[in-house]
Ligand binder design. Structure first.
Ligand code: SF4
Length: 68
């Protein structure tokens, strides 16, 4: 299976952190953040993504607030 890196970047990735070599390589992005107790930027709404707080706790708070 081929990686859809360019499609992922153009259609799915809302990450504002530059530069990042994992951008568009979702498998690496997920493993990197999850190994740090975090989630990828794309699971956060745009305004929350821009805080660069990718913690699971941040995600849960947004979810409980009905933002996700
Ligand atoms: S969410 Fe993290 S690993 Fe993924 S592209 Fe953005 S900075 Fe890189």
């Amino acid at each position: 299976m081929e990686c859809n890196k360019e499609k992922n970047i153009s259609k799915l990735c809302n990450c504002t952190y530059e530069p990042c070599s994992r951008k568009g390589t979702c498998c690496e992005c997920l493993h990197y953040h999850f190994s740090h107790g975090e989630l990828p930027g794309c699971v956060f709404p745009d305004d929350a993504e821009r805080t660069w707080d990718r913690s699971i706790g941040h995600f849960v708070r947004l979810y409980q607030a009905g933002r996700i």
